[in-house]
Design a protein around this ligand. Sequence first.
Ligand SMILES: Cc1cc2nc3c(=O)[nH]c(=O)nc-3n(C[C@H](O)[C@H](O)[C@H](O)COP(=O)(O)O)c2cc1C
Length: 234
Amino acid sequence: MNGETSGGPGAAAEAGSGPQGAMLPASGMEAWGFAQALIHSRQTMMPRRLHAPGPDAAQLQDLLALAAAAPDHGQLTPWRFVLVPEAERGRLAEVFALALTDRDPAASAEQVAAARDKAHRAPLLMVVVACLGTRDPDIPALERLVSVGAAVQNLLLGAHALGFGTGLTSGKAMASTRLRALLGLPDGDVPVCCINIGTVRQHKPRQGKRPAPALFMSTLGAAETVSTSGEDGS
Ligand SMILES: Cc1cc2nc3c(=O)[nH]c(=O)nc-3n(C[C@H](O)[C@H](O)[C@H](O)COP(=O)(O)O)c2cc1C
């Protein structure tokens, strides 16, 4: 566990066997309660609120192993996580700055400095890349993107369980040819966002409620399909 924050939901339960012999971390109800606590308590932390320490090398490997447990049609591993260590942050900052001035040559010095700063905030920064080019078997890009999202979420939840704060950042620089060049990406590999991980010194409750299931669930054949009522009351 990351000793500096109480952001995570607590230590993982003892290993055990769940329903139908499935390998759950605890009995069914314990696992359910833990999963609910873990998932509901994850929240985006902006990189400026993430401080050292970030995950160490062993923790990072454990987190990447969680990413590898994502559903992956065709076992294509359609994601890449490119770690940007401290020594390389300057090159990423330069790409962020130039991506801005490419788009807006009139960008102010403050805007350019803010773009640069995005590369320097979190103790751990990785660029998420989706591998969407043709491969065999030819699984549609949309399905691969679902796998990438699942891999990212596994990693975020794992980092949260370790007690770290996490946040995704993206922006127009993700589409810059300069970023592609920096990362040495082949055609079909697309930068999606950055994963930022670090220690949260002061926990700030998340603003806003999650959407109620009725907003995004419908039943085929039912008279009314999608409800337009508001958010849940939890
Ligand atoms: C691919 C992706 C990119 C994101 N990029 C940004 C970003 O650039 N800036 C930002 O503030 N949040 C970004 N987010 C985070 C979302 O804004 C955040 O997940 C959402 O507001 C829900 O908040 P929560 O994570 O606390 O539940 C990104 C999320 C995803 C999935």
